[in-house]
Design a protein around this ligand. Structure first.
Ligand SMILES: [Fe+2]
Length: 304
């Protein structure tokens, strides 16, 4: 393939016989003339994406025991994060949720339209839960971030009482709102707002506040990375809830955002859409958190 030649200046060089003889009428012509080329869809996108960890439709990661990785517990146990909830709850004897990591990669799929909802509905009155998101990335106007309708928490009971029939009320913790229903809030002067944050910021919202996960626009170049962490007073949890939290914790399982009630374990297995289990599935964290008394109290495993 190559020959050594001697130039006039007696410097040795190596000549290649490797040559693209254009025109081919395909991408090789671009490689030869431009010195670079991008071959579109060389690997089937589904195969390429298959190398990413399995995620939910909401861009959250709750499998592969990520929920109990050391970095997740370290974030949950950040003093100012816990302090914020201690101020809300009036106690530092808190429980924390075993909720997910959210990594919102760009351009994997078309941006999802807003899906406004609350995490508390008609049968639960007054504030039952405040939710938290620990931001690890910047979120500007073009980036993915939580979107909220500020003030909606104060009108939500009135909405249920005047716009819905009590015989339709269920013991459910989320309710979605159509565009038409959102108009009921807009005529009261409320408008959606995207939360803008820097790494290290902590977003808190009342579960009655209408919200959704805002997706990045085409102009975003930030991979949104956040940890969902919600706390509640330990004394609000029943014995059954504590027993279930203990069981889920020892199994390295994940739950929803609820820390003290309504403990719903997530599927431990990382499954592809057809139900088959990912061969990378694991049931132990790569790096386990040190199980201090404080961690075990927050997990509901050790009594306060
Ligand atoms: Fe939510």
């Amino acid at each position: 393939m190559s020959t050594q030649t001697t130039t006039e200046a007696s410097l040795t060089t190596k000549q290649s016989s490797f040559k693209l003889t254009i025109p081919y009428g395909d991408w090789r012509d671009i490689l030869e003339t431009q010195g670079y080329v991008v071959i579109k869809v060389a690997v089937d996108p589904q195969t390429a994406l298959g190398n990413l960890p399995i995620r939910t439709k909401l861009n959250t990661h709750e499998n592969y025991v990520v929920v109990h990785e050391r970095f997740m517990w370290e974030a949950r146990m950040e003093p100012r994060v816990m302090e914020a909830f201690a101020k809300i709850c009036g106690t530092d004897e808190l429980l924390v949720s075993f909720d997910s990591l959210n990594v919102m990669l760009l351009n994997l799929k078309p941006a999802r339209k807003p899906w406004p909802y609350t995490d508390q509905t008609s049968r639960k009155r007054a504030m039952h839960c405040v939710q938290g998101i620990i931001n690890l990335s910047h979120a500007g106007p073009e980036d993915g971030s939580l979107e909220v309708i500020p003030g909606s928490h104060a009108l939500i009971e009135e909405f249920f009482d005047t716009q819905t029939k009590p015989n339709t009320w269920e013991w459910k913790d989320n309710r979605y709102f159509s565009e038409k229903k959102i108009e009921r809030f807009e005529i009261r002067g409320l408008r959606p707002l995207k939360a803008l944050e820097e790494p290290g910021d902590f977003i808190l919202w009342d579960s009655r506040t209408i919200h959704w996960g805002g997706e990045p626009t085409k102009n975003s170049n930030t991979i949104r990375t956040v940890i969902c962490a919600t706390y509640a007073p330990g004394k609000m949890a029943s014995k059954d809830v504590l027993a279930e939290k203990k069981r889920v914790f020892h199994a390295n399982g994940a739950t929803t955002h609820w820390p003290h009630d309504n403990i719903v374990p997530r599927d431990m297995q990382a499954r592809f859409p057809d139900g088959t289990i990912d061969s990378r599935n694991c049931l132990e964290p790569l790096e386990k958190a040190e199980q201090t008394d404080r961690l075990l109290q927050l997990a509901g495993v050790k009594a306060y």
